[in-house]
Design a binder for this molecule. Structure first.
Ligand code: ADP
Length: 502
């Protein structure tokens, strides 16, 4: 299915015979044909009307002339012989006419040519009277006695005897001969007219249409082929249009979307690479203490009777130290994954932050004095209530003080400070230790970069996730961690928490 679609697109993108192009062209052709048909119909009907009007005007006097030269009524009724003669003469001059003598009610008394089948016995007089009243100038049609419904142009005149109306001469100007001759001519003419009009109009318009549609669909073809290339995995595919308006806007939007998707994909790929490196590093970190534990434990086991007490103590010390590192790393990883999974949402409660700081300070006193570092805590007494997860913030303080002691050489100092302002309290941990190199600083909160690229060998005792955890916890408390540091002079880490009053 996919390959089928692909080949279909491939074909269309290589040529300009896109589906849309042909749909537009054929619709256009249909519209043109309809228009041409309507045009021919209107032309033919109006030409017919024009000819009829001209014919009626030209022959308006025919009936009047006939009346001038005859007196059809005698005492006994109609003088059939003389009437037929005069009607015949009129028809010799104009063979397309049919002549009728009507009585005052419109009934047909006689007609020429004779012996023709008449379907009406009577002609409505109203059109005749209107025509005569207009002075034989009105364009009007009257009933055709040879059909029940048809109407035809005519000429008509009154027949009077002794000053009284005795009937009408009614001349159908376009009789059946005329009709058949006209039908023949019109058929030919019409066929020619239609074929020429259609041929010329359609051809010219269709060619113009093809060119116009090609220009329109060219851009669409470019869009579909580019979208297709992008879908097939060519992330560099971008739509290049020489157009303005909606299509250009569509193209621009697609290009922006493609840029974004490409950037996101690149970022995802990079994160995936870093994640792999992180796992590799962590495996390495885990392997080092495990190997040490395993090696020293085996030596103890194999040489249990041969070892001096000092050696045994040394081996046991290394095993304990390595197990401690292992435990530390596993705990940190566990904690971080919990924080990442948002399993540990802060359980906030009102806490006296000064008390919490004091506890952490006391917990580190022994460690600091062993390393000959002076650890101090100012403003530890008093009450400042903040709404925090005490366990989490204790962890933050613990990590910061632990780092400060770890990265400060013997003889240095570490100072924990609490500074309260109107709305917030700032807790800071400052040391006089190694400081952080400017090129490392941007990465110390980044679990990937720092480990993967800047610190291939983490410092002893540190597994490198402490600050990541600190930052994550503070983020959950909507607090920001700030760092000020100078190489070989010391560092100061601080964060602020809102104080609850009353
Ligand atoms: P680690 O376990 O490596 O200490 P952390 O996430 O706690 O991991 O710290 C990340 C890095 O930041 C450390 O490896 C160290 O380079 C630097 N760092 C953190 N705290 C301090 C400090 N107080 N003084 C100097 N460098 C520090």
């Amino acid at each position: 299915m996919d390959t089928k679609q692909a080949s279909r697109f491939g074909f269309f993108s290589k040529t300009w015979f896109s589906g849309l192009y042909w749909q537009l062209s054929l619709t256009f052709l249909a519209v043109l044909t309809l228009l041409a048909g309507t045009y021919v119909y209107i032309t033919v009907t109006s030409a017919r009307t024009y000819f009829d009007a001209a014919q009626q005007r030209l022959n308006s006097q025919v009936a009047g002339r006939i009346v001038q030269y005859m007196s059809p009524f005698v005492e006994e009724g109609v003088d059939e012989g003389s009437v037929q003669r005069i009607f015949f003469n009129a028809m010799v001059i104009n063979p397309s006419i049919e002549v009728y003598l009507l009585d005052t009610a419109g009934r047909i008394l006689t007609n020429h040519p004779p012996n023709q089948s008449l379907l009406r016995k009577k002609v409505a007089l109203e059109p005749l009277e209107r025509y005569i009243a207009s002075g034989q100038t009105l364009f009007i049609r009257g009933g055709d006695p040879r059909s029940e419904t048809r109407e035809k142009i005519f000429s008509a005149a009154r027949v009077e005897r002794n000053g009284r109306l005795s009937g009408y001469v009614y001349v159908v100007l376009t009789g059946e001969r005329y009709d058949s001759a006209l039908a023949l001519l019109l058929g030919d003419h019409l066929a020619q007219l239609v074929s020429r009009t259609l041929a010329v109009t359609l051809l010219v318009a269709f060619v113009i249409g093809l060119v116009a549609f090609w220009f329109i669909t060219r851009n669409l073809t470019e869009i579909t082929s580019t979208v297709h290339r992008f879908r097939e995995g060519d992330l560099t595919a971008r739509i290049r249009l020489r157009a303005t308006g909606e299509l250009a806007e569509l193209a621009q939007t697609f290009n922006q979307m493609a840029d974004k998707m490409a950037a996101n994909l690149e970022e995802l790929q990079m994160l995936e690479r870093l994640r792999r490196e992180l796992i590799a590093n962590i495996s390495h970190d885990l392997r080092t203490p495990v190997t040490a534990i395993y090696g020293y434990a085996e030596t103890l086991w194999l040489k249990k009777n041969e070892l001096a007490d000092t050696e045994r103590d040394y081996y046991t010390h290394i095993i304990r130290q390595s197990a401690g590192k292992l435990q530390h790393l596993v705990e940190e990883l566990f904690e971080l994954s919990k924080l990442d999974a948002l399993e540990s949402t802060p359980q906030r409660e009102p806490i006296n932050i000064r008390e919490l700081v004091q506890e952490v300070y006391q917990a580190f006193q022994l460690q600091a004095s062993r390393k000959h570092i002076s650890l101090s805590c100012t403003n530890g007494a008093g009450v400042t209530i903040v709404e925090i997860d005490a366990g989490m913030v204790e962890r933050v303080l613990h990590n910061l003080v632990d780092n400060a002691i770890k990265y400060t050489p013997a003889g240095g100092s570490v100072a924990i400070r609490i500074a309260e302002s109107a709305a917030a309290v700032e807790v800071s941990v400052a040391d006089t230790g190694t400081g952080i190199a400017p090129d490392v600083l941007p990465y110390i909160f980044d679990r990937y970069y720092r480990r993967a690229e800047n610190q291939p060998n983490p410092p002893p005792g540190g597994m490198g996730l402490g600050l990541v955890i600190v930052k994550k916890i503070l983020e959950l408390h909507h607090a920001e961690l700030s760092v000020q540091t100078a190489l070989n002079q010391g560092s100061r880490f601080s964060f602020r928490l809102p104080v609850r009053r009353g």
